[in-house]
Design a protein around this ligand. Structure first.
Ligand code: ARG
Length: 460
C-alpha cells in the first residue's frame, strides 16, 4: 500500500521504492510512533473529531500491534516507512476505521513528533551513562588524592599535579556534557504534532491535550518551522561530538601513559589485546577504537548540518537523512561511554613511577622562582636565576632536590635551607591551594563540588 498512490497512473519503479524507503532504519521508531498515534487518536476522540468508540478501538488495536512487534509475532517489513507500516497493519486489522487515525495529521508532523520523543529518550540514556562514568571517576579520584604525577604542557613535564586533580579534570568535562544534553532536552521537548503537512489544520484539534498525553513540555508555535526544524538533531549530535572529543582525549592519555616508556598505567589483561605476530605485545585496542570512532560522530554532525542548510521552508525529503546520522552518533557514543567506564575500572596506576616522573624534568623550577619572588625578587629576575640553576642541574645530572644548598646560595644568597623542601614534587603540588589547584584540600573540595553538581544535574 502507498499512502499517496491515488494521484498516480503508474505504480512506482521497484528501484525508486527501494531508494525512497526509510523502513530499514526508521523501524527503530515503532514504539514512539505508536505512542504518539495513541495520544493523537485519544485527542481526536475527546474532541469528537472521531467517534469515541472508534478512537478507543483504534487505540486498543495499536496496543495489540505494539505487543505483537515486541513479542516478535509481527515483523516490521513491507512498507515505505514505519508510519506507513503501522497504519497499514491497523487497516489490516480493523479495516476502514484504521484509516481514520490519520485525520488532522500528516507524516510531516508525525515524523518530527516521533523523532523528538525518541531523542528525549536517548538523552535520558546518555545522561545516565555519563553519570555512571563521573561516579567511577570520582571514586578513582578519591583513592588518588595523595598521589602525584607530572602535569604536562606541550607534552613536556611542566609541574607536578595531583592524580586526583587530573581525574577531576575529566569529570568537569563530562559534567559539561551532561549540561549540554540537558539543555538540548529542553529544546527537543516541544511538540510539533498538529502542524500537519505545513500549514496547520482546519479540524478543531486540542494540541495541548495531545502534548500532555505525550509528556511534552511545550507545543510548537509555527507550523512551517515545526515540520522542518531539525536543530534538535544537530544539537544532539553536537553534544555527542563533545562527549567523543573528551573520551578521545582521555583515551589518548591512557594510550600514552600505558606505554613502556611512561609506565604510569596498566590496563587489565581482560580489557587489552595481543598481537598475532609479536608475542610480547599488549595493545590498548579499546581506547584506540574509541579515539577512532570519534570521527564517525563528527561525520554525522557534518552530515546533518549540511542537510539542513539547503532545506527550503517546510518539509523536504532530505530530512529523512536525519535519522541514520543521529542513530549512528547515538549508538557510537553510548557504546563508547559504557565500555570506557568498564575500562576505567580496570586500570591501575603505578604511583611510584608517577611520583618519580613528577620529580624529573625540573618540573618544580617554577617553585624556585616563586620562592625568590616571595623573598622580594622581581619574577623576571627570579626566572633568570632559576634558569641558571636548572642548567646547572642538567650539566651535573642532578634533580632540583639533589642540588646542595651551597650551590643554590652560590646563585643567590636569598636561598635558605627550606628551598630543598620546596622543590620536592609533593610539596609543589601541595603548595597550590588556590581554588581548583592541586593541593589535597583543593582537590577534595573539587570532588565535593563535582558530586554536588552531578546530583543536581541528574535530579533536574
Ligand atoms: N520517512 C519520512 C521521513 O523520515 C517520513 C515523512 C514523509 N513525508 C513526506 N512528505 N514524504 O522524513
Amino acid at each position: 500500500m502507498k499512502l499517496w498512490e491515488g494521484r498516480f497512473t503508474q505504480p512506482s519503479a521497484k528501484n525508486a521504492d527501494i531508494f525512497n524507503q526509510s523502513l530499514s532504519f526508521d523501524k527503530k521508531l515503532y514504539w514512539h510512533d505508536i505512542f504518539a498515534s495513541i495520544a493523537h487518536v485519544k485527542m481526536l476522540g475527546e474532541t469528537n473529531i472521531l467517534p469515541k468508540e472508534e478512537a478507543e478501538k483504534i487505540c486498543d488495536t495499536l496496543q495489540e500491534i505494539l505487543q505483537d512487534i515486541e513479542s516478535g509475532a509481527l515483523a516490521i517489513e513491507g512498507a515505505e516507512d514505519i508510519h506507513t507500516f503501522i497504519e497499514q497493519e491497523l487497516v489490516k486489522r480493523i479495516g476502514v476505521m484504521g484509516k481514520r487515525m490519520h485525520t488532522a495529521r500528516s507524516r510531516n508532523d508525525q515524523v518530527a513528533t516521533d523523532f523528538r520523543l525518541y531523542v528525549k529518550d536517548s538523552i535520558r540514556t546518555d545522561i545516565a551513562l555519563l553519570r555512571a562514568l563521573v561516579e567511577t571517576l570520582v571514586k578513582l579520584a578519591e583513592s588518588n588524592v595523595g598521589s602525584i604525577m607530572p602535569g604536562y604542557t606541550h607534552m613536556r613535564r611542566a609541574q607536578p599535579i595531583s592524580t586526583a586533580q587530573y581525574l577531576n579534570a575529566y569529570s568537569e568535562m563530562f559534567l559539561r556534557d551532561i549540561e549540554r544534553f540537558a539543555d538540548c532536552f529542553r529544546r527537543t521537548d516541544v511538540m510539533p504534532l498538529g502542524s500537519c503537512a505545513l500549514a496547520g489544520t482546519d479540524f478543531p484539534i486540542d494540541r495541548t491535550m495531545t502534548a500532555k498525553l505525550m509528556n511534552f513540555a511545550r507545543i510548537s508555535q509555527n507550523s512551517l518551522d515545526a515540520v522542518s526544524d531539525r536543530d534538535f538533531v544537530a544539537e544532539y549530535i553536537f553534544a555527542c561530538s563533545t562527549v567523543m572529543a573528551h573520551l578521545s582525549r582521555f583515551c589518548e592519555d591512557i594510550i600514552t601513559y600505558s606505554t613502556d616508556e611512561f609506565g604510569f598505567i596498566d590496563i587489565a589483561d581482560n580489557y587489552a589485546t595481543g598481537s598475532s605476530i609479536m608475542p610480547q605485545k599488549k595493545n590498548p585496542d579499546i581506547p584506540e577504537l574509541i579515539r577512532g570512532k570519534t570521527g564517525r560522530v563528527y561525520g554525522s554532525l557534518m552530515a546533518i548540518l549540511t542537510v539542513v542548510k539547503g532545506i527550503p521552508t517546510a518539509y523536504n525529503k532530505d530530512l529523512q537523512e536525519d535519522k541514520e546520522a543521529l542513530f549512528n552518533a547515538e549508538e557510537t557514543v553510548q557504546s563508547c561511554l559504557s565500555i570506557f567506564n568498564e575500562l576505567l575500572q580496570n586500570i591501575t596506576f603505578d604511583a611510584r613511577k608517577m611520583r618519580t616522573a613528577a620529580m624529573g624534568g625540573y618540573s618544580t623550577a617554577t617553585d624556585i622562582a616563586d620562592y625568590l619572588v616571595q623573598k622580594g625578587m622581581a619574577f623576571r629576575d627570579a626566572h633568570g636565576v632559576t634558569g641558571k640553576i636548572v642548567r646547572y642541574g642538567i650539566e651535573n645530572n642532578k634533580t632540583l632536590d639533589r642540588i646542595d644548598l651551597s650551590v643554590y646560595r652560590s646563585f643567590c644568597d636569598l636561598f635558605d635551607e627550606d628551598i630543598l623542601q620546596r622543590v620536592k614534587a609533593s610539596h609543589s603540588a601541595e603548595a597550590r591551594k588556590s581554588v581548583g589547584g592541586s593541593s589535597k584540600s583543593a582537590v577534595r573540595e573539587n570532588i565535593r563540588s563535582i558530586r554536588k553538581r552531578l546530583e543536581k544535574l541528574c535530579k533536574e
